[in-house]
Design a protein around this ligand. Structure first.
Ligand code: ZN
Ligand code: ZN
Length: 308
């Protein structure tokens, strides 16, 4: 079968590879891409486990054994570490990562699979992975009514939509007018600059944005960091507001199995319009060029259809 294989930084080749081995074989119908895939292409990633490596972690397809339509979750929590035992599987210390969606087939443990609700397309189902991370991030916040999301990329927009569905007043901040228009189509308000809010989500993944998010929190407010910065990044924090204004700072990482199922249900119900976030559809041959292309205009996810 054919697969996109990373051989080193920025060295992506589409090659004939052996059938993947694992519990359940899934024929990939659609795999969506995100910023993490761009990072993996350019710089590698700790979860790739060395080269050569397969990647693609937002994957939907059909079980080869039963014909069932499934989302291939990108990880299975160990169930035994301290966070897992404390009900926080998103930060499991020893997850099994399931990568390799940019290929004709992927093998996955049965525990990674989720049934796709009827009526939801494969590309929409693949987006349940990032949406689940947003469900998780929303849960890391408070119930404040007055919320800002810094960053109108696909994660920021999905997160804003979830908060709008909860009846909150959501402001999405992004420099790009196209993304502000997308935020408004999702029921949020938008602005190029961040004002003060009770709850601020950072969804950019840059040091400057982390610092801006903290500066925008009102006294007694909460900041949730959703965007991952390059490893080793350090942010500068003014201790004054943290101390005297009791600003709460929280990270949000990944998701749990239940959050993936919640995301699938939201997508199937049309509560989150995945088509408004779907971008170009490419095959494996065009994947590298598409991942390298600079992001411009609207925030949309690349859809990879690896089939022959
Ligand atoms: Zn992703
Ligand atoms: Zn664990």
């Amino acid at each position: 079968m054919r697969a996109a294989v990373l051989h080193g930084p920025d060295d992506l080749r589409v090659e004939e590879v052996e059938e993947p081995a694992g519990d359940v074989l899934v024929e990939v119908r659609a795999a969506t891409a995100c910023g993490t895939d761009r990072k993996m292409l350019r710089h590698g990633h700790r979860i790739l486990g060395g080269y050569p490596a397969r990647f693609g972690h937002e994957t939907a397809g059909v079980r080869a054994d039963t014909g069932e339509r499934v989302l291939v979750g990108d990880s299975v929590a160990c169930g035994a570490c301290a966070p897992c035992l404390a009900g926080r599987a998103a930060i499991c210390r020893a997850p099994t990562w399931v990568l390799g969606g940019f290929a004709e087939r992927i093998a996955a443990p049965a525990a990674a699979l989720h049934a796709i609700p009827d009526g939801l397309d494969f590309a929409g189902a693949a987006m349940a992975e990032p949406l689940a991370a947003c469900v998780h991030a929303a849960g890391r916040g408070t119930d404040a009514a007055d919320v800002a999301v810094l960053g109108g990329g696909t994660i920021g927009l999905m997160l804003a939509r979830l908060l709008v569905l909860e009846g909150r007043d959501v402001l999405v901040c992004d420099r790009h007018a196209e993304r502000r228009a997308q935020a408004e189509a999702f029921g949020a308000r938008s602005a190029p600059e961040l004002g003060e809010r009770d709850l601020v989500f950072e969804a950019v993944g840059r040091v400057e944005a982390w610092e801006q998010a903290v500066a925008a929190a009102r006294p007694g407010g909460t900041v949730v960091f959703v965007g991952g910065c390059p490893s080793g990044s350090a942010v500068r924090l003014d201790t004054g507001p943290l101390h005297y204004d009791e600003i709460d700072l929280r990270g949000a990482f990944h998701h749990t199995r239940a959050e993936v199922d919640r995301a699938l249900a939201l997508l199937a119900a049309g509560d989150v319009d995945w088509r408004a976030l779907a971008g170009d559809v490419v095959g494996l041959e065009d994947l590298a060029a598409a991942l390298r292309a600079p992001a411009a205009g609207e925030a949309r996810k690349l859809v990879v259809e690896p089939g022959p």
